[in-house]
Design a protein around this ligand. Structure first.
Ligand code: GDP
Length: 321
């Protein structure tokens, strides 16, 4: 991209031109150098959006809840960006839901931008791409950004750390899901939602989550996560969910600033790690095939990992001189 083309793209993004926003996110997704220049140009213009993470197992109703939230937020005059992350790794074997089938109700509403992102390589890359997509949407003036992720593993949960608030959704009778909640989602939830209130056992699920929260809540915490009941298909309870989100936003500003600082720090380390690794893998720090040779020497115990790291670091630093 020439500087003038890039400048034009930046201008159009800042004017909330949907095609430009889509193009920008594609550049990021493919990890092109143009995507990096774009973030450099937009970063200083972002930082105002409130980012809401919505996490839960497949099928609990995340998209339906998000769809209802968008409608309420639009009614309140917000511009809403949505990043739906589909961690379709060969391991998780999930299915990609394209933008086509998501949130059809908002097609044609210029105040809503919905984008699915899928992982190509490692999840680390996806977390970075998600973060950057939020920068683009934020700079474009979407003042609320929703990130929808499948909360199936620690790596996916990491993605939600981009958010200012995390909403964890579950449904009644999902015994395994309660186990999953215990395993990691419990810590990240600022609001818990038991969706599909029309299914039996909904109140019991609420009680179970409340009991679990009771056990782990640190009394010094400023925010006590509420557990809400919704029926996304009819919209019941979504107004209370939005009310809880607004209350969190209004009541926890020190917590939010602290999270943002943490997030910047973690994000920077993640980016450093990602780029350093890429340099090692594809840059000219090591000869072609040398990384493999190092690994073989390690397994033959001719080389120890500390010496290997020292050698690689030394060469990287020398290259930068
Ligand atoms: P996601 O995979 O978590 O995004 O879930 P979806 O939003 O795609 O919903 C999965 C299925 O559950 C769809 O068929 C929805 O219509 C249905 N669903 C969502 N919310 C409710 C609800 O409150 N009650 C019932 N009975 N079904 C729901």
């Amino acid at each position: 991209m020439t500087p003038s083309v890039e400048q034009a793209l930046v201008e159009r993004i800042l004017q909330r031109d949907r095609h430009a926003v889509g193009r920008g996110i594609s550049l990021i997704e493919t990890e092109s150098p143009d995507g990096i220049s774009l973030i450099k140009a937009l970063y200083g213009r972002a930082g105002r959006a409130f980012v809401i993470g919505v996490t839960g197992a497949p099928g609990v109703g995340k998209s339906t809840v998000v769809d209802r939230l968008i409608a309420l937020l639009r009614g309140n005059g917000h511009y809403v960006g949505v990043v739906a992350v589909d961690p379709t790794s060969p391991l998780s074997g999930g299915a990609i839901l394209g933008d086509r089938v998501r949130m059809q109700a908002h097609v044609g509403d210029a105040g809503v931008f919905v984008r699915s992102m899928a992982t190509r390589g490692q999840l680390g890359g996806l977390a970075i791409a998600t973060h950057d997509a939020v920068v683009v949407l934020d700079a474009a003036g979407y003042d609320i950004v929703l990130i929808e992720t499948v909360g199936v593993g620690q790596a996916e949960v990491e993605i939600t750390r981009v958010a200012d608030i995390s909403v964890v959704i579950t449904i009644p009778g999902l015994g395994d899901d309660i186990q999953a909640l215990k395993a990691g989602l419990m810590e990240i939830g600022d609001i818990f939602v038991v969706n599909k209130a029309d299914h039996s056992g909904a109140h019991q699920a609420v009680a179970e989550i409340e009991t679990m929260l009771e056990m782990q809540i640190d009394k010094s915490k400023t925010w006590r996560p509420p557990v809400l009941l919704t029926q996304a298909t009819t919209g019941d309870g979504i107004d209370l969910l939005l009310e809880a989100i607004n209350r969190f936003h209004a009541e926890t500003s020190p917590l939010q600033s602290q999270r943002r600082r943490n997030r910047d720090r973690l994000g920077l380390w993640q980016l450093l790690q990602h780029h350093f690794r890429r340099q090692i893998e594809t840059g000219d720090i090591l000869r072609s095939g040398e990384f493999k040779e190092i690994l073989e020497s390690l397994s033959r115990r001719e080389l120890d990992p500390y010496t290997a790291v020292e050698t690689i670091l030394e060469r990287t630093l020398r290259k930068g001189e």
